[in-house]
Design a binder for this molecule. Structure first.
Ligand SMILES: [Fe+2]
Length: 157
C-alpha cells in the first residue's frame, strides 16, 4: 500500500477525505439553517437567541474552513458546490423557523448527527494513524458535547 506525501496510507487518506467531505456537507447545511434562525427568530427571546445563533454560525464557519483545509492537507479537494452539499447532507434544510424552541431543538438534533459522524471519523483517522484529523475531531466532539448540554438546559431538558 503506497504512502502519500505526509506519510499516510494513500487509500486510507482518500477514504478519510471522502468522510470529511461528507461531514463538510452536513456543516454547510447546518450553517445556513442557523443563519435562518438568526434572521427569522421572533418573540420574547429574540435579542438573546439572535446573538446566540450568530455566535454559533460564526463557530460553524471556522470549522467549515478547518474541515475543508484538512481535506486539502490529505491531498484531496474539498466539496464546494451547494448541489453536492444538499446531496450528501443528512442534516436537512430547515426553512422559515421563527420559533426559538423549535430552532434550539433542531440545533440539538443536528449536533447529535455531527457528533456521531465525527466519532466515526475519529475511529477511521485513528486506524490510519492520522493524528491531525484525530485531534480536530476530538476537539469538535468535546466542544459540541458541552454545547448540547447547554442548549438542552436552556430547553429545560
Ligand atoms: Fe446579523
Amino acid at each position: 500500500m503506497g504512502k502519500n506525501f505526509i506519510g499516510l496510507d494513500a487509500a486510507k487518506a482518500e477514504q478519510l477525505a471522502n468522510a470529511l467531505n461528507d461531514l463538510l456537507s452536513n456543516y454547510q447545511i447546518f450553517y445556513m439553517n442557523v443563519r435562518g434562525y438568526h434572521w427569522n427568530i421572533k418573540g420574547d427571546n429574540f435579542f438573546e437567541l439572535h446573538v446566540k445563533f450568530e455566535e454559533l454560525y460564526n463557530d460553524l464557519l471556522l470549522k467549515i474552513d478547518e474541515i475543508a483545509e484538512r481535506v486539502l492537507t490529505l491531498g484531496h479537494r474539498p466539496a464546494h458546490a451547494y448541489s453536492t452539499y444538499i446531496e450528501k447532507s443528512e442534516v436537512p434544510e430547515r426553512k422559515d423557523v421563527s420559533d426559538g424552541k423549535v430552532a434550539m431543538e433542531n440545533i440539538v438534533e443536528s449536533f447529535a448527527k455531527l457528533i456521531g459522524k465525527q466519532r466515526e471519523l475519529l475511529s477511521l483517522a485513528g486506524d490510519a494513524d492520522d493524528e491531525g484529523t484525530v485531534a480536530l475531531m476530538s476537539d469538535y466532539i468535546s466542544q459540541q458535547e458541552k454545547t448540547v448540554w447547554m442548549y438542552r438546559s436552556y430547553l429545560g431538558q
